[in-house]
Design a protein. Structure first.
Length: 223
């Protein structure tokens, strides 16, 4: 299998059940490790759901009856998935990329940052916080006002990655109020629409693909 062989699958137009997505990713991971299928990036959208990563704290689930809640094997804490949020699941053979998980996560961050830049948004890393953040100025007390626009949660099995990233394009941000997103109470959540950007899901999907090929130095083909 070549490092320049990654299939690109788009199915975000019709929301995919989260459990179905997990099952399909796990099948892909096994097949990639067995050498019977190519690596894959899968763009999806989910019906509203709260998911709990391996570090999730029960106290951070503020409204357990609001949406379905599902435990998952990805890293991180509680997050929300729903309409208007574009998710990119990345099933990649990390042995072809130096078997370096830290670099892989750094590349995922850069992928998001470069994608947001196409829409005039400056996404930033934050020490000690997972995901990509936007500086929104100062609060009335002078403290920095920051908001998270993209999340990262990964899992690696036998050096094949899965789960991935999510970018808030135009979700209902009030839906995040049922959890403490990623265990961080002192900062908010934003989206491209919330920032005044009129980009569509299709626009962001196109930008993700272009920047994936640049950041990961990988050519992609459609499934």
């Amino acid at each position: 299998m070549s490092v320049n062989s990654v299939e690109w699958k788009n199915s975000w137009e019709i929301p995919t059940d989260y459990g179905v997505a997990i099952s399909e990713m796990e099948r892909d991971v096994a097949a990639i490790r067995a050498g019977t299928t190519r690596q894959r990036v899968w763009l999806v959208e989910h019906p509203p759901i709260y998911t709990a990563g391996t570090a999730a704290q029960p106290a951070d689930l503020l409204d357990p009856d609001r949406f379905p809640v599902l435990k998952t094997g990805r890293g991180g804490q509680y997050t929300y998935h729903g309409p208007g949020q574009l998710i990119a699941y990345t099933m990649l053979d990390l042995t072809l990329r130096g078997s370096d998980v830290r670099k892989y996560v750094h590349d995922l961050e850069q992928w998001i940052i470069d994608t947001l830049a196409e829409f005039g948004v400056q996404g930033e890393r934050r020490e000690g916080r997972v995901g990509i953040w936007v500086d929104r100025g100062r609060e009335s007390n002078g403290n920095p006002f920051e908001a998270k626009i993209a999340a990262i949660g990964v899992r690696v099995r036998r050096w094949v990655s899965y789960h991935g990233i999510s970018i808030n394009v135009e979700p209902d941000l009030e839906h995040f109020s049922g959890i403490v997103p990623c265990g961080i109470q002192e900062h908010g959540v934003t989206s491209l629409v919330d920032l005044g950007i009129t980009a569509t899901m299709a626009d962001v999907a196109h930008a993700l693909r272009n920047n994936f090929e640049t950041v990961f130095e990988t050519q992609t083909t459609d499934v």
